[in-house]
Design a protein around this ligand. Structure first.
Ligand code: SF4
Length: 350
């Protein structure tokens, strides 16, 4: 049976190649062809001889999921519905901006965390994605938009789509390392962000090896409020998350941690909450991303008013914390934060 080459790190590939008597240095060559130049066929890898190309084709396949549907927002955001080999579907999103492009990648089919404001969590959990299913989201989007070998290069990757990345951290880490490659051939570690709802023991465990930026979905300045909108907080509370953040910062001092804060009207958007958040983040190398709520059927939350959003941002800014207000992107096509939920039959049945 052929092996999925995208499922393997450079070190794993070196070992597999050795089993077939192929030199170690070929692993790096293969990864550069696949992740830098987007080749999905060994015969296009021109510094590899014909015989070896044939042998590689007998050992490996280079995975691409099927694009089932694309939907384009009026703001240029494109949502992709991808079909996987077992019939399940996932969503990922391409977000063009003036100075950069971002791809938002899913890590699981569904999600078990169950944040009250999130459509993915509302539909339940099916399974983790394999490394090839994670990383191929990016490859297939770059294929579709013809982003290989052009100036219009993808600049940011965020692991913020469907699922809790830290519940699938082995596959996520492998995907991140393959995207970075070495800084020369891959994407800069500063342009990759792994987001988590705050699974503190896992974050602590992988802090040293997480080679990229970290984002925490915080959304509340105290446990009482966070328990209400993110029930997982009853297991991993704010103190434990901040403790894990300090461990991460001890290894990556130069990388600011982003705290995502979704402003929900009348819930967590008061002046008091903003002041409490300032105190909470004191001493942490932090930035706060203020997100505006995107509604979806079945959810009772409402967006914060413009006045409250501006007031909240000003309090943080005056307190010395960078707090940009993120524009809503792709809301009209259900591609915005918290709106992703591909319609797997298993999910709908749960
Ligand atoms: Fe899961 Fe993230 Fe949605 Fe929470 S916000 S339910 S962690 S996908």
């Amino acid at each position: 049976m052929k092996r999925g080459i995208l499922n393997h790190s450079k070190e794993e590939l070196e070992k597999i190649l050795a089993e077939y008597g192929i030199e170690k240095f070929r692993a790096k060559q293969l990864l550069v062809w696949i992740y830098r130049f987007g080749k999905a066929c060994f015969s296009e890898m021109t510094n590899i001889g014909k015989e070896l190309q044939k042998q590689l084709g007998e050992v490996f396949y280079i995975y691409r999921p099927k694009i089932i549907q694309t939907v384009k927002s009026t703001d240029g955001t494109i949502k992709f519905l991808l079909g996987l080999s077992d019939g399940c579907t996932i969503e990922c999103v391409f977000i063009p901006e003036e100075k950069r492009n971002t791809i938002c990648v899913s890590s699981q089919i569904g999600c078990s965390v169950g944040c009250k404001f999130c459509n993915t969590g509302y539909h339940g959990f099916i399974r983790n994605l394999s490394t090839e299913e994670i990383i191929s989201q990016l490859l297939v989007i770059k294929d579709y938009l013809n982003l290989w070998n052009t100036e219009d290069r993808l600049s940011n990757v965020v692991f913020m789509g469907m699922g809790e990345p830290l519940f699938n951290h082995e596959n996520i880490l492998k995907a991140v390392y393959n995207l970075i490659l070495d800084e020369k051939d891959g994407i800069s570690r500063r342009k990759i962000t792994v987001s988590t709802s705050g699974i503190s023991p896992i974050l602590k465990e992988i802090a040293k090896d997480l080679p990229c930026r970290l984002a925490i979905s915080l959304h509340a300045p105290n446990d009482i409020l966070r328990n209400r909108i993110m029930p997982i907080n009853k297991i991993y509370n704010i103190a434990s998350i901040l403790d894990a953040c300090l461990v991460y910062s001890s290894y990556h001092e130069y990388l600011k941690i982003t705290f995502e804060y979704l402003l929900l009207g009348g819930i967590n958007d008061s002046k008091e909450c903003a002041h409490e958040l300032l105190i909470l983040l004191k001493g942490i190398n932090a930035k706060v991303n203020l997100l505006q709520f995107n509604s979806w059927d079945g959810c009772d939350f409402v967006p914060s008013t413009k006045r409250n959003v501006i007031q909240f941002a000003k309090i943080l800014k005056d307190g010395g914390i960078e707090a940009p207000i993120r524009n809503r992107r792709g809301e009209d096509i259900m591609a915005a934060c918290g709106q992703l939920a591909s319609r797997n039959s298993e999910i709908e049945g749960s």
